[in-house]
Design a protein around this ligand. Sequence first.
Ligand code: ADP
Ligand code: LRH
Length: 487
Amino acid sequence: NAPGVFAAVDIGASSGRVMLGRVSPESGVSLETVHRFPNGVVEIDGGLRWNFDALFAEVLAGLRTAATVAAGQGERIASIGIDTWAVDYGLVDAGGNLAAQPFSYRDDRSRAAVEPVHRTLDPERLYATTGLQFLQFNTIYQLATEPDLGGLQALLIPDLIAFLLTGARRTEATNASTTGLFDAVAGEWATEFMAALGLRKDLFPPLIQPGEAYGALLPAMAEEVGLPSGTLVVAVGSHDTASAVAAVPADTNGDGGDFAYVSSGTWSLVGLELLHPVLTEASREANFTNERGVDGTIRYLRNIGGLWLLSECQRTWASEGFQPDLTALLAAAAALPSGGPQINADDPYFIAPDNMPERIRAAVRRTGEVLPNDPAAITRCIMDSLAAGYARTLADAERLADRSVGVVHVVGGGSQNALLCQLTADATRRPVIAGPVEATALGNVLVQARAAGAVTGGLPELRRIIAAGASLRRYEPAGFPVTASQN
Ligand code: ADP
Ligand code: LRH
């Protein structure tokens, strides 16, 4: 009675994939990508939104392919897990219909809602309970822009997908912790904040924890994707960063704070894993978040800007007829001398999608320096700025949480960026261990595997399984990326 294979649906801001994960406690997790599709914000009905209907169609297409691939190999899909980016939500009516395509956190509408929300709930009070980093697009501010929530329920994006697949309305806890309406200590909804803002306390459905099942596929969905109708959709760390952190291949005893991570993709999430939130005023001033991780851990981190800066530059350059290969672009950037101009990668000025090269050059001009209009120089500026931001954030995390770490793990798409990894090692003066690229999908699969009884243990044991199967690269500080070690 083999436990079977696990289907992971992982949708990031720049791309999505459906993967099959095969798990062995000894040799690790192997992932097979069965479907991949691009993602990005789109202008719909006068706002920046996600084309959710198209994404859901890709999810179904991916699950259909997964079913075919598994059946072809005589395997059974034991369950499906879903993760996506955080904070955004869809509104559904009593009949379960989506009222509109969900807004993206990049839409500017929430900025104007910050002040009115803070007039009702001041930032000190919000932080003391939620421990959430202030970002103008946190769900709490987005909700304040909604003209009429009557009769509607809010489902975070992974929960919305799970709802359409199973009919179950739940809110997965790691993602709930990014809303600004979640109590970081109690691990429950902060209903007093909902009441203060005039939001119904059942605006979001009840919480579900990673490892619990939303339910089985609805018969129509099962038929649509070619899977048995008993196939379970299991909650994972549905916040992609929670799944990624769960799969950091760190050698840890699970007591918290003994390694640092950078989840490097569209955004950079830089921090520590702790067992208790840090809700001090100093932590608020440094704008650190205490989001929930798998197994009730705290992701004590800061979201600083990420590779969005580069992908947006690439988009602008492509529209101007210049489409350099990413590897060549990074090599040209690496050949430039260090010590060039830097920007604050974290500046909200960079949130919106519009002529990024020029905005970066303008930000440099404001510091009194000059950045040439040259893709290699702009790329180098982004990498120097991100690495410096990672080092500053790590130092802050260590100070605020009173911890000291010896190693920095970089996971996600950015772990393939050798220039960024080396600059990070240099700036943090710590060895960097890069990989896995697909940490998020790996974390998604492992939480499902544990729920199915295919593996056992807490996060330290799960991380050992990841490390057993991962091919990692180590970068020493102030050197060259020469030690490619299979681990
Ligand atoms: P998200 O989950 O936010 O969509 P990913 O973790 O998939 O993001 O990371 C995407 C980023 O990874 C890209 O923007 C790109 O900069 C980087 N990346 C992807 N492939 C490579 C590569 N081969 N070399 C260097 N960087 C890469
Ligand atoms: C990364 C991420 C991050 C959030 C942002 C909105 O994909 O989930 O953790 O801060 O998107």
